[in-house]
Unconditional design. Structure first.
Length: 312
């Protein structure tokens, strides 16, 4: 018995003397240190602590280093993504192999760098903020089942989505009413007027030329006068007067991102660019009442949309 105890003691002592297995080093480069960036950092830290060696910071602090490259870089926000991409490109000989996972940014910001990334051979992916077109069409079909004509303004970024818009509308027996191409601010309102003449509802998609702080109130006012409600991509737009929106919170994006990182740590690699998995819906009841609409609660709508997606 004494010999067994001595043997067990020696085994434990040997185990303690062996070096711990090296963990992957993950840098999280953030566009800022407060607000949604701090919120995202908290989720990533809580979800990934113990699975990798994590380091957080804004580009000016984190990237100004003489350290060896990490095994993965996660960027949070557009500024962090752009700055990190430029920084890595200037140091390609040493840092060219480091994969990058971008998050909390629109798809357009990610796509703007795709050609450069392909040429460099860098492994890169993203969890973007943009909702899938099918989810937005499903929201319209669920809440406004008799409003079948969906209008869309075709700006520089939006027109790239035209094939998806047509396909997803057709799958739900909706008809897409697309404006002519809008290439300048001056063309926005004539195009909007044309859409209002033929559409039951206007679907807003992220396009800086079309939907920005300068144009939003005028578009909402025109929508109200034409009695063609706006389905938006942001809760702020709903608060300002849009009928409803499907959107994803920074916390939901952060949990999704943590799952992608966890998969990468397990050896599954980075997946293709992913839209947000989780989402919420918000409805402006005052606008709904002004249109004579009775709309279910947001929680019920979300549950129905999730059930619809699970069947696909």
């Amino acid at each position: 018995m004494r010999r067994f105890a001595l043997h067990l003691f020696l085994v434990c002592l040997l185990a303690l003397s062996l070096p711990a297995a090296a963990k992957d080093r993950v840098w999280v480069v953030m566009s800022g240190e407060d607000g949604v960036y701090a919120e995202t950092a908290t989720v990533l830290r809580n979800e990934l602590e113990g699975e990798a060696t994590l380091k957080f910071g804004v580009p000016a602090k984190l990237l100004d280093t003489q350290e060896a490259p990490p095994t993965l870089i996660v960027t949070v926000g557009t500024v962090a993504f752009d700055t990190t991409h430029k920084w890595l490109s200037e140091r390609y000989a040493i840092w060219g192999h480091v994969p990058v996972l971008a998050t909390l940014l629109p798809r357009s910001a990610y796509d703007a760098r795709v050609a450069e990334v392909v040429r460099s051979g860098r492994v890169m992916s993203a969890v973007v903020l943009d909702q899938p077109i099918g989810r937005q069409m499903a929201l319209i079909k669920r809440v406004l089942p008799n409003w079948l004509r969906v209008g869309v303004l075709m700006g520089p970024q939006t027109r790239l989505l035209l094939p998806q818009l047509e396909q997803q509308a057709r799958l739900r027996d909706l008809r897409l009413v697309a404006s002519p191409a809008v290439d300048s601010f001056e063309q926005t309102y004539p195009a909007l007027k044309g859409v209002f003449e033929s559409a039951d509802v206007l679907l807003a998609l992220p396009d800086q030329l079309l939907y920005n702080s300068s144009s939003l109130q005028n578009i909402l006012l025109a929508s109200y006068r034409a009695r063609v409600p706006l389905v938006a991509f942001s809760p702020a737009y709903v608060k300002a007067g849009a009928l409803m929106a499907v959107y994803t919170t920074p916390t939901q994006v952060a949990f999704h991102t943590a799952g992608v990182v966890r998969g990468w740590l397990a050896g599954r690699g980075l997946p293709p660019v992913q839209p947000p998995r989780e989402f919420d819906v918000v409805v402006n009841t005052a606008v709904a009442n002004s249109l004579g609409l009775r709309i279910d609660g947001a929680a019920q709508i979300v549950e129905d949309l999730r059930r619809d997606e699970a069947r696909q």
